[in-house]
Design a protein around this ligand. Structure first.
Ligand code: UN1
Length: 502
């Protein structure tokens, strides 16, 4: 099966190939998937014109009617789940089961957004003045730019787009070039559904291919009312500065450097499953991947032994095969970063307990970069551990006192996801308390990765502070209007101020 057949089956237009464009390779085996050209800054400007025109009409359409678009889109996603998962694996190298889960995440967030389309409500607030009423309304915001990363090429776009659409905003999507095909397939389906819907203006979804400078064009333009960006903290700083310079609005979901604490009372069987999935799932290339394992000194030898055994049993190979536990890294550069981090950690007193080497793959996997996940035992937290390495790399270190473990966990610049394994209620509650984890996500007896869409997703500090997906994240995509209505015959002033004149 090739991607051209998938596009035929899904019934959407292919992205245009152009021999002078950037070559796009599959991480699965290095196969050339096509060459695609980036758009120009002028193209971005025209796209923003079209999006603004679309917005003026889209905002007039009742939210539940916009919800109906998203409902129909979710049905299309269900119908084409296998085909879309195929594209995600082909382009990102994640396991086919995980890619299926990623499409499921899109479906779930669409269904969540459909419900929301009848619940975009504000508060009514008690006024301090007689015969007055205060209330909040939430209005559509305007064109939303979504900058997405290679590791979740479609789900994170869907978190943003499903909400943005029910909130009345057109979308401009700059996918990772590594996710070009998946982006065109999802965008194509959305456009098809919008056309069939019959009541919606054109251009509610546009894709803009390119590297960082296209994202920066979107970020710098005041017609972009929200820039939602997922990627590295470095990228987020650049986007935030550009958007901030025009006092625009951004929503950032950036790097993680996630930790799990394993307490003295932990159920190690549960913990082991969670650790292995969080550390090697998606080849350690999730924002929520587990990178630092902080284990009570009384359990560390036992846990390390079990981990080594589990790592040895992993099947690393073709992500399209159901038996594989781990597919390739996205590119050679990631492997080099993994190597550098391992070497640096060893210079800082760490010991490589397992893995960290590239494995020569089967012929059918060509130049795909397959590696053994690295397991490093550290004496304490060191400098190199404060950097996010987007690869399957797990540092393991001991602790003796829980508050000390929490301090170690919090002593990095990032603050996305965190977890504790414990059977001790006081430890769990301390971890979740104000003195506990400083991350946007803090879990008990669950790993750091694999968050559900129903919660607000995102983190603090260098992770960027944004919250996407569930809970009240929809408020990012709307503007709040506070309204005070006087239905009396007097004009009392707030704060009891007297102001008389004749
Ligand atoms: C990301 O890596 O950018 O919690 C998102 C998870 C997924 C989303 C990860 N639901 O692992």
């Amino acid at each position: 099966m090739g991607w051209h057949e998938v596009f035929k089956r899904v019934g959407v237009p292919e992205p245009q190939e152009d021999a002078t464009g950037t070559p796009h390779f599959s991480p699965v085996n290095g196969q050339l998937l096509g060459c695609f050209r980036a758009v120009s800054p002028q193209h971005v400007s025209h796209a923003l014109d079209r999006a603004t025109e679309c917005f003026l009409r889209l905002r007039q359409i009742p939210a539940p009617v916009r919800g109906e678009l998203v409902r129909r889109f979710s049905l299309e996603l269900r119908a084409h789940q296998a085909d879309l998962a195929y594209l995600v694996t082909l382009e990102s190298g994640k396991l086919i089961g995980e890619a299926w889960g990623e499409v499921q995440e899109m479906i779930d967030v669409c269904e969540f957004a459909v419900g929301l389309s009848r619940q975009l409500h504000g508060l009514t607030i008690a006024s301090e003045r007689p015969h007055h009423r205060m209330m909040e309304q939430w209005h559509p915001l305007g064109p939303v730019a979504v900058i997405s990363a290679f590791n979740f090429p479609v789900a994170v776009w869907a978190w943003n787009s499903a909400l943005a659409l029910v909130c009345g905003n057109p979308i401009l999507w700059k996918p990772s070039p590594q996710g070009t095909l998946s982006a065109f397939a999802c965008h194509g389906l959305l456009v098809k559904v919008a056309q069939e819907h019959g009541q919606l203006p054109p251009h509610l979804s546009q894709v803009l291919l390119g590297e960082g400078e296209i994202g920066m064009c979107l970020a710098g333009d005041p017609r972009t009312k929200l820039v939602s960006a997922t990627g590295s903290s470095k990228m987020g700083r650049e986007v935030a500065a550009r958007v901030g310079a025009r006092l625009g609005r951004s929503l950032l979901e950036l790097g993680g450097n996630n930790a799990m604490i394993v307490g003295a009372s932990a159920n190690l069987d549960l913990a082991l499953r969670a650790i292995v999935f969080s550390a090697v799932g998606t080849s350690g290339q999730r924002c929520t991947s587990l990178r630092r394992l902080i284990v009570h000194q009384s359990r560390i030898d036992e846990l390390l032994g079990a981990l080594k055994k589990a790592y040895q049993s992993l099947v690393i190979g073709d992500p399209f095969l159901a038996k594989s536990h781990m597919g390739p890294l996205i590119n050679l550069d990631s492997y080099e970063k993994l190597r550098e981090a391992c070497e640096q950690a060893e210079r800082e007193g760490g010991k490589l307990e397992w893995g960290g080497q590239r494995i020569s793959s089967h012929e059918s996997l060509g130049s795909g970069v397959y590696v053994e996940p690295a397991l490093l035992r550290m004496k304490q937290q060191t400098q190199t551990m404060s950097e996010e390495v987007f690869a399957p790399l797990l540092y393991v270190l001991p602790f003796s006192d829980l508050q000390e473990a929490i301090d170690i966990q919090n002593a990095v610049p990032q603050g996305l996801s965190s977890a504790i394994f414990t059977e001790n209620m006081s430890e769990a509650e301390l971890f979740l308390s104000t003195n506990g984890s400083d991350c946007g996500i803090a879990n008990v007896n669950i790993g750091t990765s694999g968050a559900e869409i129903g919660g607000a997703f995102g983190g603090e500090k260098d992770t960027g502070g944004g919250r996407e997906s569930g809970s009240d994240a929809w408020k990012n995509y709307m503007r709040r209007s506070t309204n005070t209505i006087n239905y009396g015959k007097d004009l009392p002033l707030a704060q009891g101020i007297e102001f008389e004149f004749s």
